[in-house]
Design a protein around this ligand. Structure first.
Ligand code: G3P
Ligand code: CA
Length: 242
């Protein structure tokens, strides 16, 4: 099976990250999936945004957890890209609605790093079922307790363990947590001896992120990663087509 290409925050090299235009572009490019980040608004909506505040990516300021969905929706998320002026923050429900008719996988990264969102696991599984997205989603997080919580609520939910720096024998840890996948930074994946073999032998997928140079993409493809997560899905798809 060839390496899959997941668009990181959508086709974020070309359109504002984590917005509908970025996800639509990924779909049009032929990506196999999208990666996105989720936080909770003050009124409990699942909002697609990377940071815990809106400061970097919008014309507003403040924490997501302190603003309602309606307040967040008033902000401009074009992130300095004039042609996307007026881009809004999407809810996770809106993104599911957009990609539901495609065959794309959605990698939902649950952001419980700076702010903990108690109960976000219930909302995620409820929405997955309501939108008929079962089997299409893999949840990841740097907070592995959150992934265990998701798995506790839905034993069929797929979970991927996010990490940044090289770990020794990560498949042992993944096997211990009964994870479906590891999501290492691409350098951590490429620098860990025996990682691909160890994961393959234990039935654990390797979905590596920050794969944004042709060199890293090529190395991951050659090493038979399950998926590479990139800001430039068109480049990765071009390499795979060659
Ligand atoms: O899910 C992979 C990657 O997105 C994790 O890092 O900071 O881009 O969310 P970050
Ligand atoms: Ca992410």
């Amino acid at each position: 099976m060839s390496c899959k290409v997941w668009a990181h925050r959508g086709a974020s090299a070309y359109a504002p990250e984590n917005t509908v235009p970025a996800f639509r572009m990924a779909m049009e490019m032929g990506a196999d999936g999208i990666e996105l980040d989720v936080h909770l608004s003050s009124d409990g909506s699942l909002m697609v945004i990377h940071d815990s505040t809106v400061d970097r990516t919008s014309n507003g300021s403040g924490r997501v957890v302190d603003m309602t969905c309606q307040e967040l929706k008033k902000l401009d998320f074009s992130y300095g890209m004039a042609e996307y002026e007026g881009a809004r923050i999407p809810t996770l429900k809106e993104v599911y609605g957009l990609i539901k008719k495609s065959a794309m996988t959605v990698n939902v990264e649950v952001k419980c790093d700076e702010v903990m969102y108690p109960g976000i696991w219930d909302k995620l599984i409820r929405l997955e079922r309501e939108m008929g997205m079962q089997g299409r989603i893999i949840y990841s997080s740097f907070n592995h307790y959150v992934l265990l919580k998701i798995r506790e609520i839905d034993p069929d939910a797929r979970i991927g363990l996010l990490y940044s720096n090289a770990m020794v024998d990560p498949w042992v840890y993944a096997d211990h947590l009964k994870a479906d996948a590891i999501h290492p930074h691409c350098k951590a994946a490429l620098l860990c001896p025996g990682l691909m073999e160890g994961c393959a032998q234990n039935g654990i997928d390797v979905n590596a992120w920050a794969a944004d140079t042709e060199q890293d993409m090529t190395a991951l493809i050659e090493k038979k990663a399950n998926a590479l997560i990139t800001n430039s899905p068109d480049v990765a798809l071009g390499l795979l087509a060659r």
